[in-house]
Design a protein around this ligand. Structure first.
Ligand SMILES: NC(=O)c1ccc[n+]([C@@H]2O[C@H](COP(=O)([O-])OP(=O)(O)OC[C@H]3O[C@@H](n4cnc5c(N)ncnc54)[C@H](OP(=O)(O)O)[C@@H]3O)[C@@H](O)[C@H]2O)c1
Length: 244
């Protein structure tokens, strides 16, 4: 059975990806940082293992791949870099601290995890980097987050060239599919169908299905699949979390 490591796999979008991978016959390895309880509970439910690692630490990517391979007892065929932080600032407010923090967790850690993954992967391995539809219709919100994801976008295209022909590298850019930090569920439910051109709510399962497609499609590398019900086609002056 092919194994796939999902960073941030214990909760929300990462959890939906882990469940979709298990359903499709992969063994998902659930990475967590603070959500140890949810990770162990999900691993038990799916008959697999969980691995903890703080991705803001030096050498985190290499340590994470080594720990996952050791727990599994065999190489990983897939890696989904989903873990990220999403904190608000604008270019006018950004601090070095916020920029370094976002770059470390959202860009450097996934790049180093992908590098360590590619070393141990068999032919036909695949990396899926979770980006954001925001990159394709920019507004001024979440500056540090956006530029860190732009770096990961660049790495996706460059790594696809570097890791070929052994490993494919694909980006998946989700739209708004779960409440933003602190946003009440009823506000999310009301807004979700209004932010995209298909006028229906995007779900974490829609995103997970796209990730699975990217993971399994042997002809796709060095490109981004935008899974957002066409949110990137609908201009908005601000991030959706400020719509009301
Ligand atoms: N939700 C959306 O609508 C949306 C839209 C567009 C793009 N995305 C992208 O989709 C991905 C998942 O989004 P989400 O909303 O499910 O994220 P989330 O709820 O904010 O969860 C973040 C995940 O990242 C992990 N994480 C955060 N800091 C970490 C650290 N220092 N070390 C290790 N892991 C860390 C967390 O692990 P623990 O819980 O174990 O600490 C958690 O699993 C992200 O890449 C995000 O940018 C989401």
């Amino acid at each position: 059975m092919r194994a796939v490591l999902i960073t941030g796999g214990a909760i929300r979008v990462g959890r939906a990806i882990a469940e979709a991978c298990a359903e499709a016959g992969w063994q998902p390895v659930i990475h967590y940082n603070s959500s140890a309880g949810s990770a162990e509970e999900l691993a038990k439910k799916l008959g697999t293992v969980a691995v903890g690692q703080n991705l803001s630490q030096e050498g985190a990517g290499e340590k994470l791949i080594a720990a996952a391979v050791e727990k599994l007892g065999r190489p990983l065929t897939g890696l989904v870099n989903s873990a990220a932080i999403f904190e608000h600032d604008t270019a006018g407010e950004a601090t070095e601290e916020a920029l370094y923090k976002h770059f470390r967790i959202n860009a450097v850690a996934p790049m180093m995890t992908a590098k360590a993954f590619a070393k141990q992967a068999p032919d036909g391995g695949a990396v899926v980097n979770i980006l954001d539809q925001k990159l394709f219709i920019l507004n001024a919100d979440h500056f540090s987050y956006t530029v860190s994801k732009q770096a990961l976008h660049g790495a996706t295209l460059t790594m696809a060239r570097a890791f070929a022909p052994k490993v494919r590298v694909v980006g998946v850019a989700p739209g708004y599919n779960l409440p933003s930090p602190g946003q009440p569920e009823e506000v999310f439910e009301r807004l979700a169908p209004t932010v995209n051109v298909l006028e229906r709510r995007l779900t974490p399962e829609d995103v997970a299905e796209t990730v699975l497609f990217a993971l399994q499609h042997r002809a796709i590398t060095g490109q981004v699949l935008i899974a957002d019900n066409g949110e990137h086609l609908k201009a908005s002056p601000r991030d959706v979390m400020f719509s009301e």
